[in-house]
Each structure stands twice: as C-alpha cells, then as structure tokens.
Design a protein around this ligand. Structure first.
Ligand SMILES: NC(=O)c1ccc[n+]([C@@H]2O[C@H](COP(=O)([O-])OP(=O)(O)OC[C@H]3O[C@@H](n4cnc5c(N)ncnc54)[C@H](OP(=O)(O)O)[C@@H]3O)[C@@H](O)[C@H]2O)c1
Length: 230
C-alpha cells in the first residue's frame, strides 16, 4: 500500500554491531561507526530537509543533528539550503532532559512534536528552545507528524532511531529506504536495543527489502535497501 501521498520520502540510517545491536543493554551512548560512517551520516543529512529522533535517543545521547564536515555544509549553502537539516524530536510525554546540547545548538532549527500528555508547564519550558507542536493524543501520532512536515514543504526526511521509533515508522509503512552500517563488533544482550525494536512483526507480515547496494569500506559494510512494501 502506497503511503507517500501526503508524506515526505523517508530514509532511515543506523549503525549496528555485526550482531544487529545499536547500543549495549545499558543503552549507553556508544559510537559504533568509524569516521567513514560519520562521513556517510553527514552525506545523508545533507540530502534531507529534516532529521528525526525519538526521546529515548535524546535521553542517552542528546547531540544536535548537524553536518560536521564543512565541505558538505558548503554544498548545502550553494543549494540555498539551511546549514543543517531541521532537527526534529518526538516525545509524547516530554520526559526528557532539557539540558542537552540538542536544545542549545545555535545554528539548528528545532521542532518538538508532543501531545497533551506532556504537562503544560513543560511544553512552555521547551518552547524556549524549540518550536513545540502539540498533537492530539488519539490517532496516529507519527502519521500527523509526517503530514505536518509535508505541509512545511519538507520532501525528504531522515530517521536516526532509536529502535522503538524505527519500529513505529516501519509499522506505519512509512519507510522508503534504509541505510545500515555493519560495524565490526559483537555487543550481544537479549535486552540491548536493535535497529527495529517495539513489539516486532510476525511471520504473516513483516517488511521486506530490496538490496540497492552493499559496499565494503575498511572494516565496515555499508548497506542500502529499498523497502518493498512502500
Ligand atoms: N547505532 C545507532 O545508529 C543509534 C541511533 C540512534 C539511537 N541509538 C541507540 O538507541 C537507544 C535508544 O533507542 P530507544 O528505542 O530506547 O528509544 P527511541 O526510539 O530513540 O525513542 C523512543 C521514545 O520516543 C518517543 N516516541 C514518540 N513517538 C513515538 C512513536 N511513534 N514510536 C515510538 N516512540 C515514540 C517515546 O517517548 P515519550 O514517552 O517521551 O513519548 C519513546 O519512548 C539508545 O541506546 C541509543 O544510543 C543508536
């Protein structure tokens, strides 16, 4: 079922260990990829209007979603785009720390989607640092987020995790492409987060992928897939 009508094109990018984990069972902030992976991240960020993360990722990481490589930033400037893609954070509850570099970066435009589950005083507090959009509690939160982003003229967005948010994106049928960097590590742990967590899919239905490219660079493999169901 095609779901792209009123939504931006959705690309997902994740780095994982060779056993499919995106962090340890303590959900530590861990840099899995090499400088080549970091470069790839910059390239993908440069091609989109916005980058989205879930509250869980902000809780453990909290860095702004910026393009670090000045050459890549200059390419965006030449195309008359903002220096960095818009930074989008999803948190229905706003149970997130405000003292994160994500909120402080001077050169990023920030949008925080939430619901009335979040207390009003919290919503006001975050409004000092980001545009806070309050969506209804009922219905598809993610569907509404994507419609709103589309309404702003955003054509391409990048989802950067974590596993819970990624599952919601796949469950909604919203993902068009996924980039995976397989890094040479084994993390293990039944409770360590993976690329797609949530409730998971079943044999009867799960998204299937078509491999677009697989490239070995140093000790890493860079995979790019198209999601077939979309
Ligand atoms: N290796 C990588 O490439 C990579 C990238 C990113 C993250 N990570 C790792 O991933 C871990 C965090 O992942 P996570 O699964 O715990 O958290 P997550 O997916 O980043 O965030 C989940 C939270 O996002 C909010 N949310 C809002 N709308 C949602 C929706 N439609 N579906 C799901 N969540 C929604 C919820 O918080 P509210 O209750 O506030 O609504 C939810 O608890 C960390 O260990 C981080 O280091 C790794």
């Amino acid at each position: 079922m095609l779901k792209s009508a009123l939504r931006p094109y959705v690309i997902m990018n994740m780095a994982m260990s060779a056993d499919g984990k995106i962090s340890t069972h303590r959900r530590e902030q861990i840099t899995l990829g090499s400088k080549n992976d970091r470069y790839m991240m910059d390239v993908l960020r440069s091609r989109v209007d916005a980058v989205i993360i879930g509250a869980g990722t902000l809780r453990v990481d909290g860095h702004p979603l910026i393009i670090r490589d000045p050459k890549i930033r200059r390419l965006r400037e030449k195309r008359r785009l903002t220096l960095h893609p818009v930074n989008v954070l999803l948190s229905r509850s706003l149970g997130i720390p405000i003292r994160r570099p994500f909120f402080k970066h001077p050169d990023t435009q920030k949008i925080l989607y939430t619901t009335k589950t979040a207390r009003e005083n919290e919503r006001k507090r975050f409004a000092k640092y980001a545009e806070v959009i309050v969506l209804p509690r009922r219905g598809s939160f993610l569907g509404r987020v994507l419609e709103d982003l589309h309404g702003r003229g955003f054509e391409r967005i990048l989802v950067e995790g974590g596993g819970a948010l990624n599952f919601s994106f796949f469950k909604g049928g919203y993902v068009n492409e996924i980039y995976l960097t397989v890094t040479p590590r084994i993390i293990g742990g039944a409770h360590a987060p993976t690329v797609v967590d949530g409730a998971g899919f079943l044999k009867a239905f799960h998204p299937t992928l078509a491999l677009i490219s697989a490239k070995k660079v140093g000790q890493e493999v860079f995979l790019r897939y198209r999601v077939r169901n979309n």
